[in-house]
Write a protein that binds this ligand. Structure first.
Ligand SMILES: Cc1cc2nc3c(=O)[nH]c(=O)nc-3n(C[C@H](O)[C@H](O)[C@H](O)COP(=O)(O)OP(=O)(O)OC[C@H]3O[C@@H](n4cnc5c(N)ncnc54)[C@H](O)[C@@H]3O)c2cc1C
Length: 464
């Protein structure tokens, strides 16, 4: 049911591509949600356990205040998920068994934005402050959710963020055309009004030591995300013009946010042939960003096979459908290739003393045998590229100064331990991508909430 601005209009700006849902369209769709026998959306779909059927029923009958109340009872920041969630609820919607699922995400959008417009979503400072102090390290969705939950319980919360502004990937990863940063700023303002202190531009473990953080707080929540990007160690990787997708997206977000005056040359796709290596969401965000910057061409490669158009018998409802996804960025143009491995990069000698600059990627088709990619002999080919963006995911949480100082280091899968801490020191909790591995905004929010609840459960009489 989603409707988008026309491609010819939207690729010239970075404003949100999706249009707010029309009331008449929503009503038509929400009627299909009523009288559902066993709604899987709520329990098997949504990590936050949003009461989707109740929200939908209230929205259909025009009881928007009730719908808002039910939504906010489980979800602290629905304005984020209403824009960027892949809608796990829709993947398990009963209507999706034989047709299109009910558009729950658009309903969420209508309810939360209607609530903001009506002045019903306001800051709520806790009625009573406790003695307990918490430091939340990292201000992505997990850190924000943990901070929100702790603050509501009366804990004094300081959020430490190494970037200039709070938000994590909500601000520096996800492009504005999916999530305009005014939406994030509106929520951060509210969290500040509620009493949460944000210390931005402060890297915990470096600008403030682990020891000081431990001395000043009763517990620490590490919501530091997955800082380690997966690299592609093939010949030519060091050529100029090959960079991590997240660094590229961050530069564009910083430009729009007014943090930098112009893009670094390598982060500007204008007039370039862009190759995105990696077929996931981050890669898709690079595609949309490159078109908006004025790329000459965009090609996205993925080593995995092309997903099926519909569910396979091994992936039945109500599991999340592992099917081909075509994002709004893909609809804007470009080529997508599957079963493609990048073997090396070619370069033209650099001008003006710069190093060799990438000019092409040498690739090969692969076939999959027992879950392992095997090069197909004789299928080698070359893809021209002046800018290569590596969007192959993340390998885990950073094991930097903070992890070392707190004795809380990632395990072999790159995840921080859920709970740690030294004798006599504060309890340390990890949440979000740092503990889960690379995930989703909705899962990070949920994990931040549950982690804060575990910490609240440990409060003693001295803390309160
Ligand atoms: C390009 C991109 C697009 C995405 N699109 C979507 C999408 O459309 N939908 C979706 O659901 N998910 C999407 N995701 C995934 C989603 O953004 C993440 O799962 C989510 O942001 C994880 O939240 P988090 O709070 O755990 O970590 P993050 O958002 O990564 O936040 C971690 C924060 O910790 C800070 N930090 C780290 N170390 C320190 C330190 N020592 N001191 C102070 N601060 C520190 C970092 O600067 C950062 O701000 C996307 C991810 C990327 C990269």
């Amino acid at each position: 049911m989603s409707s988008y601005r026309s491609i010819t209009e939207r690729i010239y700006d970075f404003k949100a591509v999706e249009l707010p849902p029309e009331r008449k369209d929503l009503e038509r769709e929400l009627r299909r949600c009523q009288d559902c026998g066993v709604p899987f959306c709520h329990a098997s779909g949504c990590p936050l356990l949003n009461a989707v059927p109740e929200i939908n029923a209230a929205a259909l009958s025009g009881r928007m205040r009730t719908a808002l109340g039910v939504l906010l009872a489980t979800s602290p920041f629905p304005e984020f998920t209403a824009r960027v969630c892949p809608a796990l609820c829709e993947g398990s919607c009963v209507q999706g068994l034989h047709g299109m699922p009910v558009p729950c995400r658009q309903t969420e959008y209508a309810v939360i934005e209607g609530g903001f417009a009506a002045g019903l979503v306001r800051a709520h400072a806790p009625a009573r402050r406790l003695h307990a102090r918490a430091a939340v390290i990292g201000s992505g969705p997990a850190g924000l959710a943990a901070a929100w939950r702790l603050n509501r319980a009366g804990v004094k919360v300081a959020v430490y963020e190494k970037n200039t502004r709070p938000g994590g990937f909500l601000r520096y990863g996800i492009p504005d055309f999916k999530l305009e940063k005014s939406v994030l700023d509106r929520r951060i303002r509210m969290l500040r009004e509620e009493g949460i202190v944000f210390e931005c531009g402060v890297e915990a473990g470096t600008d403030i030591s682990g020891r000081l953080l431990s001395e000043r707080h009763d517990f620490l929540i590490l919501a530091t995300g997955t800082g380690k990007k997966r690299d592609l160690p093939v010949p030519g990787r060091d050529f100029a013009g090959i960079l991590f997708a997240v660094d590229y997206l961050t530069a564009q977000n910083r430009l729009i946010g007014g943090e930098i005056a112009s893009l670094p040359e390598d982060c500007d796709a204008r007039g370039k042939r862009v190759l995105v290596v990696g077929g996931g969401d981050t890669g898709s965000d690079c595609v949309g960003t490159a078109w908006r910057q004025g790329a000459l061409s965009v090609c996205q490669t993925e080593i995995l096979p092309r997903p099926p158009e519909t569910r396979t018998p091994e992936n039945p409802w109500p599991q999340w459908p592992r099917i081909l996804r075509t994002s709004s960025s893909h609809e804007e143009g470009g080529e997508r290739r599957w079963n493609t491995a990048t073997l090396s990069f070619a370069a033209v000698p650099g001008a003006y003393g710069e190093g060799d600059r990438v000019s092409a990627a040498n690739c090969s088709d692969v076939s999959w045998e027992s879950g392992v990619p095997v090069l197909v002999p004789g299928t080698e080919f070359s893809l021209p590229a002046d800018l290569v963006l590596l969007a192959m995911g993340f390998t885990g949480a950073e094991d930097g100064a903070l992890a070392e100082a707190l004795g809380c280091v990632p395990d072999r899968s790159g995840r921080l331990p859920r709970e740690s801490g030294r004798p006599g020191g504060p309890k340390i909790y990890a949440c979000g991508d740092a503990a889960l591995g690379p995930s989703l905004v909705v899962r990070a929010i949920n994990d931040g909430l549950r982690t804060a609840e575990r910490a609240i459960g440990q409060l003693t009489f001295e803390n309160v």
